[in-house]
Design a protein around this ligand. Structure first.
Ligand SMILES: O=C(O)c1ccc(O)c(O)c1
Ligand SMILES: [Mg+2]
Length: 628
C-alpha cells in the first residue's frame, strides 16, 4: 500500500501544501488541477519542487465531463485529454483520474462509456500513462461504483482502471459486497474520506463536510474490510474537501491526515490480521479509567484567589511538592495541582494564559505504551527536568500547548503523590461531597475542532457523540463529547465561528484554546449546594422564568422546583434518569466550575445550556466598566 494525500485537503499555495505534505511524512501526493493552474511556475518546476521534498505525484485530477459525450463535444473532450497528458508528462505523473460526467449533454449507456474509456486507454498507453474512473455520487449517469466498475471491465484495457472513493460509496449507502470481487490490480486508486452524518445533497455534503477517516460517522472500517478482501495493495490517498481544513493550518491538517491513516490501517491490521508493509508498530489505544489530576498554572497573586475558590468548593490542601512551589488539593477522588513555581513549564504557561489549566493527567492501563503510540502518531512528546528521586511522568502536548500526562499502575506512576509530595495532615475534614471529575470542557478555535477530536480518539478507547449545536447569546457553539464507555473520562470540545460567544471570548481572554470549565460530580447536589453557600461560593444565578417553565413542563412538584430554585440548580430528565447542575460564577481568566449529580443520566444537560450561557453573558456584561 502506498499512501498519499490530495492537495485539495489543505490550505495555502501549492508550495505551502507540498511542504506541509512532506513535513507530515507522506510519500505521495494527488495534484488537484486548480492547484497547478494557480501555481505561478511551470509544471516542470512543480515536479522539481515535489521531487526535491522526496514526494511523488501519484495522480493528476480531476478530469471532468468525459464519458458519454455526443459529437462534436466528444472529439473536443479527447483533445482536452491529450492536453492533460502533456501537462502530466511535464509534471512527472502517469495517472489521470477521471470523475463521472455531470453534464446534461452527456448520454447514458455503459457500452458507450466503456468505448470512450477504451479509446482514452489507448491514447494514454501510447504515452506510457493510465487513466482511472471514479463514480461521483452525483454523477449524471454513473454514480455507483458498481457501474463505474462495469465500464472499466468492459473497456477492457490495461491502461484503464477503477477509483474507489469511500465518500461516494458510503454516502449513498451502496452495498459494499461487490467490492470484494473486483480484481485488486484493476483498482488503480482508492480515495479515503469520512464525513459526519448530514441530511443534504451529495455534492454539498462532499464539497464542504468531508473529513479524515475517524473524524466522521461513515462506516470506514466496513469499506476497508471489503477492500482488504480484494488483496488491494496499491495507492491509497486521502481526499478531503472541507471548509475548516481550507481555513486551518496546512501543517497541522496534513499531520492529522497522516495520523488518521495510521490509525485506520492499524485498526484494519488488528481486525483482519493484514500485513501492511511500512506501517509502524502501534501499541493499542489506551484504556482510560479517569482523571488522575488537573494542574493549574498560577502566579503568587492568582494562587491566593484560586486556593480560596478551591477551599470554598470543599477541597483541602493535602500535599506539598518536595522541591517545587506546587500543592495538591483533594476531595473525594479529585486531585487538583496548583503550580505556582517560578520556573518551568507551568510558569511559562501562566505568563501567557494567566490562571488556567496547564495540564491534565489521565489514568491509563499503560502510560509508556500510550506515549509511544502518541509519538508514533506524530504527537509532540514533552519532557522537563525533574528533581532527584521525583517521578518522570510521560506526557505529550495537548490542546493550546497544554500537557496531557499519562499515569498508570503498571509502571508505578500512580505512586506519584507519595513520591513527589509531602502529605499535609488535615483534621476531621468533610468537604462539600464532591467525588470525581465528571467532565472537562475545552474551548478551541472552530478550525481546530476536528484536530483535537482525532487527537483524543486516536490515543484512547473512547466513543464520540454526534455534534450538538448550542445557542449562546453571541452565536452558535458546536459541542461534541468524547467519553469512555463507563463514563470515567468525559471531555467536551466546544468551538464557535462567532467571535461573540462565551466560548470565543474565552479564547481571546485566555490567549488560546484550553479548559474552560470543569464539572465535578457529587452524590447529593442539595447537600453540596448548602456547603457551597455556607462557604460563600458565588453561584451563577438562574432566572425565575426557568423555574416557572420547569414547573409547567416537568412532573416535579412545586416543592421540588422550589428546592432547585433556591440553590440555582438546573435540571434535566431523560426517561427516568435525572441530572442536576450548578455553576459557579466565572473566575478571573474566564474559567468556571460546574457541580453535577447524575441519577443514571448520560448526557450533559443540553437543554439547559442556553439558559446557563445567557446567565453567564449577563454577568459578564454587568462586570464591564461601561455597563453594556
Ligand atoms: O467534488 C468534485 O468535483 C470531486 C472531484 C474529484 C474527486 O475525486 C471527487 O471525489 C470529487
Ligand atoms: Mg474522489
Amino acid at each position: 500500500m502506498r499512501t498519499a494525500i490530495a492537495t485539495v485537503c489543505l490550505s495555502g499555495t501549492l508550495s505551502e501544501k507540498i511542504e506541509a505534505i512532506a513535513a507530515a511524512q507522506f510519500k505521495g501526493v494527488e495534484i488537484f488541477e486548480t492547484d497547478l493552474l494557480s501555481f505561478n511556475r511551470t509544471p516542470a518546476d512543480a515536479r522539481r519542487m515535489i521531487e526535491d521534498l522526496g514526494l511523488e505525484t501519484i495522480t493528476f485530477q480531476p478530469f471532468r465531463d468525459f464519458e458519454g459525450m455526443p459529437e462534436p463535444q466528444r472529439s473536443k473532450v479527447f483533445a482536452r485529454a491529450e492536453r492533460k497528458f502533456d501537462v502530466m508528462e511535464e509534471l512527472g505523473c502517469d495517472l489521470l483520474m477521471v470523475c463521472s460526467n455531470v453534464s446534461p449533454d452527456s448520454l447514458g449507456g455503459i457500452e458507450r462509456a466503456a468505448a470512450d474509456f477504451h479509446e482514452l486507454g489507448e491514447r494514454a498507453a501510447k504515452r506510457g500513462m493510465r487513466v482511472a474512473f471514479e463514480a461521483l455520487s452525483w454523477g449524471r449517469h454513473i454514480h455507483d461504483y458498481r457501474d463505474a466498475w462495469e465500464v472499466v471491465r468492459r473497456a477492457d484495457h490495461p491502461a484503464v482502471g477503477l477509483v474507489l472513493d469511500s465518500f461516494h460509496v458510503l454516502a449513498r449507502g451502496t452495498d459494499l459486497s461487490a467490492i470484494r470481487s473486483i480484481p485488486a490490480d484493476r483498482i488503480f486508486l482508492v480515495q479515503m474520506a469520512d464525513a459526519p452524518r448530514l441530511d443534504m445533497d451529495y455534492l454539498s455534503w462532499s464539497r464542504h463536510y468531508r473529513c479524515f477517516p475517524g473524524q466522521g460517522d461513515l462506516p470506514i472500517a466496513d469499506f476497508m474490510n471489503a477492500l482488504q478482501a480484494t488483496g488491494f495493495d496499491g495507492l491509497l490517498s486521502l481526499e478531503i474537501f472541507n471548509d475548516r481544513f481550507r481555513a486551518g493550518s496546512a501543517r497541522s491538517v496534513a499531520i492529522d491526515g497522516q495520523r488518521s491513516l495510521m490509525v485506520m490501517l492499524d485498526e484494519l491490521r488488528r481486525h483482519t490480521g493484514a500485513d501492511i508493509p511500512g506501517l509502524p508498530d502501534l501499541p493499542a489505544k489506551a484504556t482510560c479509567s479517569g482523571v488522575e489530576f488537573l494542574e493549574f498554572a498560577v502566579d503568587e497573586r492568582g494562587a491566593l484567589a484560586f486556593e480560596r475558590t478551591l477551599s470554598g468548593l470543599g477541597f483541602r490542601k493535602a500535599g506539598l511538592h518536595r522541591s517545587k512551589s506546587v500543592t495538591r488539593w483533594r476531595q473525594g477522588d479529585i486531585n487538583i495541582v496548583v503550580n505556582a513555581d517560578k520556573e518551568g513549564f507551568a510558569h511559562s504557561f501562566n505568563i501567557t494564559h494567566g490562571t488556567s489549566v496547564c495540564a491534565m493527567a489521565l489514568r491509563v492501563d499503560d502510560a509508556p505504551g500510550t506515549v509511544n503510540r502518541a509519538v508514533t502518531l506524530l504527537d509532540q512528546p514533552f519532557q522537563q527536568p525533574v528533581g532527584p528521586g521525583e517521578m518522570n511522568i510521560p506526557a505529550v502536548r495537548g490542546l493550546g500547548g497544554s500537557l496531557l500526562y499519562f499515569v498508570d499502575h503498571k509502571t508505578g506512576l500512580d505512586r506519584l503523590w507519595d513520591v513527589d509530595f509531602k502529605p499535609v495532615e488535615g483534621d476531621d475534614f468533610t468537604g462539600a461531597g464532591l467525588r470525581t471529575v465528571d467532565h472537562i470542557s475545552q474551548s478551541m478555535h472552530y478550525e481546530e475542532m476536528l484536530t483535537w477530536l482525532l487527537f483524543y480518539t486516536s490515543l484512547l478507547n473512547v466513543r464520540t457523540t454526534p455534534t450538538q449545536t448550542v445557542i449562546d447569546p453571541g452565536g452558535v457553539v458546536q459541542s461534541q463529547a468524547i467519553e469512555t464507555q463507563d463514563g470515567s473520562l468525559r471531555l467536551i470540545l466546544n468551538a464557535s465561528q462567532s467571535q461573540r460567544t462565551l466560548s470565543s471570548r474565552f479564547l481571546s481572554e485566555l490567549f488560546g484554546s484550553g479548559v474552560q470549565h470543569i464539572a465535578l460530580a457529587t452524590g447529593d447536589i442539595f447537600a453540596t449546594a448548602e456547603h457551597l453557600k455556607a462557604n460563600g461560593v458565588d453561584l451563577l444565578p438562574i432566572p425565575e422564568n426557568y423555574y416557572d417553565d420547569l414547573e409547567g413542563r416537568s412532573d416535579l412538584t412545586s416543592e421540588e422546583v422550589a428546592r432547585l430554585r433556591e440553590s440555582n440548580i438546573l435540571y434535566d430528565r431523560e426517561g427516568g434518569d435525572e441530572y442536576f447542575q450548578i455553576y459557579t460564577k466565572t473566575l478571573e481568566g474566564g474559567l468556571f466550575f460546574e457541580i453535577v449529580e447524575r441519577r443514571g443520566y448520560r448526557g450533559y444537560g443540553a437543554v439547559n445550556a442556553p439558559i446557563r450561557l445567557a446567565a453567564q453573558t449577563r454577568l459578564a456584561s454587568d462586570n464591564l466598566p461601561s455597563g453594556i
